[in-house]
Design a protein around this ligand. Sequence first.
Ligand code: HEC
Length: 113
Amino acid sequence: MKRKLFSFLLGSSLVFALAACGGGDDNAGEAPASDNGGGEATVNAEEIFQQNCASCHGKDLSGGAGPDLTKVGSKYSQDEIAGIIENGQGAMPGGIIKGEEKDAVAAWLAEKK
Ligand code: HEC
C-alpha cells in the first residue's frame, strides 16, 4: 500500500518534471492501435446475435418466440438471411442490425446447416 503510493507519487512527479522542462509531450495518450490477434473480422457475429437476436431465437439458436435457426443455412442463402434481417419477416421486426453487423450475422447463420 505504502509502496504503491510512493511509486505513484514518484511517477507523477517524474511526469510533472518531464512535462515541465520537456515541452513537447504530444504523444501522451497515443496508445498503439491494438489489434487482437489478427482475425479479419472486427465484428463478432455470435456476440451480435446474442445481444440482438437470442431473446427471440434462443442463445443456442434453438428457438423461442422466433423459430429454430440451427439449420437455417440449409433453408436460406446468406443473401436471403440478410434480407430477412433487413426487412423483417412476419412477427420479426426488420432493421435490428445493419451494415457490417448484419452481413456478419447473415454469413454466420448461413453456415448453420
Ligand atoms: C422480436 C423477436 C425477434 C427478434 C429480436 C429476432 N427475430 Fe428473427 N424471427 C422472429 C420470428 C417471430 C420469426 C418468424 C417470422 C415468420 O416467418 O413469421 C423470425 C424469423 C427469422 C428468420 C427466418 C427463419 C425461418 O426459418 O424462416 C431468420 C433467419 C431470423 N429470424 C433471424 C434473426 C436474426 C439474425 C435476428 C437478430 C438480428 C433476429 N432474427 C431477431 C422473431 C425475432
